[in-house]
Design a protein around this ligand. Sequence first.
Ligand code: M3P
Ligand code: FE
Length: 310
Amino acid sequence: MALRGVLRAGEICIRVMDMAKARHHYGHIMGLHEVMEDDSGKVYYKCWDEHDHHSIILNPSDKPGMDYFAFKVYDDATLDTLEPKIKAFGLDVKHIAAGTYPKSGRRLEFVLPTGHTMQLYADKEQIGNTMGTVNPGVVPDDGVVRGLQINRLDHLLLGGGNIDENVKLFTEVFDFDLSEKLVEHESGMSLAVFMSCSTKPHDIAFVLQPEQNRFHHASFWLESGADVIKAADRIGKYRVPVDVGPNRHGVTRGMTIYFFDPSGNRNEVFAEGYVHYPDTPTLTWDTRELGHATFSQDNTPRQSFLEVLT
Ligand code: M3P
Ligand code: FE
């Protein structure tokens, strides 16, 4: 299948407790581009190589975590096709009119079996990546690629119960593939599930948690493993709290660093990984290889990685 239907994680709204510190983190240290502040004090960012107006929203709050996330779909007709299927799956679907969310067309909103609020939208104003669309060249002017050299929002990892129900929803209704899963060896119970709607090894993943509606991380795509090491230099320079330093996931084979924003929300920079096709078989890891599955270069599972969510 050509890439149509559900395209990608296009927007995430993250709660932050101190906007000045959050701006320093997401804007100055990470290098995302602030594009707007709205009347309620939410601050909007885009990554340099995204064409849409924004992908990250910081919402001032008294607690960390994620308010909602949204996937972009190919066109408005896709929303019409998906709505009855989401309802048939058993979820209530709320209609959000065009313009309710800034720069955005109409949206569908529903709550996942894991308790997360998810939206789908087809339209968002495009402001480009500064290079234009005619003879765009290959790199933008100085100052556009900056900070951790983040190209785009890549994927989300969320925590809750009922992760197998989410697999059913995403594979049967949204046409994702289950690219990988991590199961408990003895029981076969799903501990983490990874799903793709593209050629990426994952566009969204869910990890089993005792509480619903938890946020594990938002991941940002870098061009290379070398850029991940460069990012580590900058993360160290600014004393950003690191959860796990440069390593390679077994799951997805991506190079990674996990670090925290000033409110304790986890961020990831991610590069490489394999190409997933619709006929790539699901890869299964089990708890006998928990260390290699999570961090393949030292085979050491991290307690904080498994237990700290916002
Ligand atoms: C990632 C990734 C777990 C692995 C997570 C992996 C929860 O976040 O980007 O590949 O085992
Ligand atoms: Fe990740």
